[in-house]
Ligand binder design. Structure first.
Ligand SMILES: [Zn+2]
Length: 97
């Protein structure tokens, strides 16, 4: 899994709101719309949900995987999350440009 995949803002914001439970090493159970998904950040792909499998543009980073990466404080994912929050705050006039 590369760290260069495209992180779509809406998917990352949804990921930040998912229920997640740490179940071992870099493994998490992440809530899904139908059923929870097991995410293991040490295997490729980390998640076997339909988004991870059928959306090549996600490059394996479905919202469940992003949720796990946020829990792990993965720098590129945290950076993307902070950038989204800042741009939203700026748009709302809460942060000076
Ligand atoms: Zn998934």
């Amino acid at each position: 899994m590369t760290t260069q995949s495209v992180i779509e803002p809406g998917r990352l914001m949804r990921a930040a709101q998912l229920g997640i439970r740490h179940v071992g090493a870099r493994r998490y159970v992440v809530a899904g719309s139908d059923a929870p998904w097991m995410v293991d950040l040490d295997v490729d792909p980390p998640c076997y949900c339909p988004d991870a499998e059928y959306r090549p543009q996600y490059q394996g980073k479905c919202k469940h995987t992003l949720a796990a990466l946020l829990q792990e404080h993965d720098p590129p994912t945290l950076w993307a999350y902070a950038t989204i929050l800042e741009s939203r705050a700026r748009y709302a006039g809460e942060v000076a440009a």
